[in-house]
Design a protein around this ligand. Structure first.
Ligand code: HEM
Length: 418
């Protein structure tokens, strides 16, 4: 492909979905056109949009791009992260190597498939408890509040050592951060509240350590004493640990919860696929990868900023321009996946990128997979007659949130006789 600076008029990020499970149709045309297209950001700046699988993975693996959220434009928010925002401390999702590497090294051992194995029985128990409570309460139910939200919430709270009883507060604040169209004041108030909450928790862990992850990070690798502002043996100050704790708490909640709810909705609308999940346990790993690909809930993609003038996907990108990698589009690219718009749980898992790609690829992906592999089959087996309790067009969709899904999922089922 020839290198261009694409004269086409910059357009905003495609947002209109024709179907609850498909990304905006406009992406198909952009992929067809090929290469990068000009993107108009709400802050008035102009950058680039990449829609093809090959281009998005290339972007995310290219160290000429930075993840620094103080320099990127957002495809959906009009205001940037304030450059002097001390709340960015410890939020390694917005850092570049080698600083980013320091955090990943410290945390990755807790989040490998092997490191998480011991958690499986507890996840199974949590899932069973919630299903039993749903059954006791009887139909109908909102699957979001009865099942999809509490399971990942309780799991991440226990893993980190956060009081589950506090969830009403931190979920409310996190919702503000993830909702579109809120004011800068609202966002900063919610961030401050979340920050103060986590800062207090880190202090509390110093006073009264427990066995959970935050405490162990506070104590450092060798349990060395720290102190306000001082680095632990693990090399992180209390401020940095606050940022880490917040990132894990917010990322650990919303994402898996929305996959559980939206994934169930998709399965209910594709009965032959849900039968596979219910009746063929050996297919669950494939099914979860396919649901991740098909639904790609990080719906507005991932942003990066060019550190230098460069060329990618046929475009000349200038230093300082933001480039968006549209994950949802990449995961429906026919050049990478056969019949990409079909949900097929028997599909051989390919390199779907719902968890991102490159050095920032989701730290919690094995945890999320473990939760989904446990939760979907357990739900469909416990309630074989599970179905929507409202017409499909009455299911409220999360068009207004950074993480896509459903706000509510009213379901019903036939009670067992006898
Ligand atoms: C990063 C998606 C679950 C923690 C990411 C990224 C994506 C993603 C796309 C890459 C962001 C970027 O490159 O800028 C998802 C999805 C999930 C999920 C779809 C569920 C289905 C979780 C869970 C945790 C978590 C359960 C809890 C620990 C993180 C963290 C990062 C991250 C800490 C930043 C990694 C880094 O910058 O090195 N996630 N995530 N995620 N995710 Fe997840």
């Amino acid at each position: 492909m020839s290198v261009t600076s694409r004269a086409s008029a910059p357009a905003p990020l495609p947002r209109h979905r024709e179907c609850p499970f498909d990304p905006p149709g406009a992406y198909a045309e952009l992929r067809e056109d090929g290469g990068a297209s000009r993107l108009a950001f709400p802050d008035g700046k102009v950058g680039w949009l990449l829609t093809r699988h090959e281009d998005v993975t290339r972007l995310l693996a290219d160290d000429r791009f930075s993840s620094d959220r103080r320099r990127t434009s957002s495809p959906v928010h009009a205001f940037p992260v304030r450059p002097d925002d001390r709340r960015m401390v410890g939020s390694f999702i917005g850092m570049d190597p080698p600083e980013h590497t320091r955090y990943r090294r410290l945390l990755s051992k807790w989040f490998t498939a092997r490191g998480l194995r011991g958690l499986r029985p507890r996840i199974e128990e949590i899932v069973e408890d919630h299903l039993a409570a749903m059954e006791r309460a009887g139909p109908p139910a909102d699957l979001v509040t009865a099942f999809a939200q509490p399971i990942p919430s309780l799991v991440i709270c226990e893993l980190l050592g956060v009081a589950y009883e506090d969830r009403a507060d931190f979920q409310r604040w996190a919702t503000v951060l993830l909702r579109l169209g809120r004011s800068e004041e609202e966002v900063y108030a919610a961030r401050d509240a979340l920050w103060e909450y986590m800062r207090g928790l880190i202090d509390a862990k110093r006073q009264r350590p427990d066995e959970a992850l935050l405490s162990r990070l506070v104590g450092g690798e060798h349990g060395a004493p720290g102190g306000p502002g001082s680095a632990t043996a693990a090399g992180l100050t209390d401020e940095e640990l606050t940022g880490v704790g917040l990132l894990l708490l917010v990322a650990g909640h919303e994402t898996t919860a929305n996959m559980l709810a939206l994934g169930t909705y998709a399965l209910l609308r594709h009965p032959e696929q849900s039968r596979g999940v219910r009746e063929r346990p050996e297919m669950i790993d494939h099914a979860v990868e396919e649901l991740l690909r098909y639904l790609t809930i990080v719906q507005f993609g991932i942003v990066r900023v060019a550190r230098e003038d460069l060329e990618i996907a046929g475009a000349r990108v200038r230093a300082g321009e933001t480039v968006v990698g549209a994950l949802a589009s990449a995961n429906r690219d026919a050049a990478r996946f056969a019949a990409p718009d079909t949900l097929d749980i028997a599909r051989e898992p390919g390199d779907q990128i719902a968890f991102g790609h490159g050095v920032h690829q989701c730290l919690g992906q094995h945890l999320a997979r473990m939760e989904m592999r446990t939760a979907y089959p357990a739900l469909l087996r416990r309630f074989p007659t599970l179905r929507l309790a409202v017409p499909p067009d009455e299911v409220p969709l999360r068009h207004d949130m950074l993480v896509y899904g459903v706000h509510r999922l009213p379901v019903t089922w036939d009670r067992a006789v006898g």
